[in-house]
Unconditional design. Structure first.
Length: 95
């Protein structure tokens, strides 16, 4: 199996995300700089070699993931949907 490179988001895309999403009620953006990102070597990095993209983590609380005790914060899901919808609208307005 080949090594999968680490994910590296472009500074330009990070600035765009922060600018466009900070105004959405309930959404908080934390930019992680020079820190280990969980799953930062998944195959999204291969996609980023061919296309511009940004990898982000939708925080959903402090429960243990992938366990029977996991209890998702449903407000988090709503916020994620609103953020992705705004991203899509911004993208479509540019083409």
């Amino acid at each position: 199996m080949k090594d999968i490179p680490s994910i590296c988001n472009s500074k330009e895309l990070i600035k765009n995300v922060v600018k466009n999403y900070m105004g959405i009620d309930g959404i908080k953006i934390n930019v992680i700089k020079n820190q280990f990102i969980p799953l930062a070597a998944d195959d999204f990095s291969i996609f980023q070699k061919a296309y511009s993209g940004i990898y982000f983590i939708l925080g959903c609380g402090y429960s243990q993931l992938h366990t029977s005790e996991f209890n998702v914060n449903e407000v988090c899901i709503s916020n994620g949907i609103r953020a992705m919808a705004k991203f899509l609208i911004n993208f479509l307005n540019k083409i």
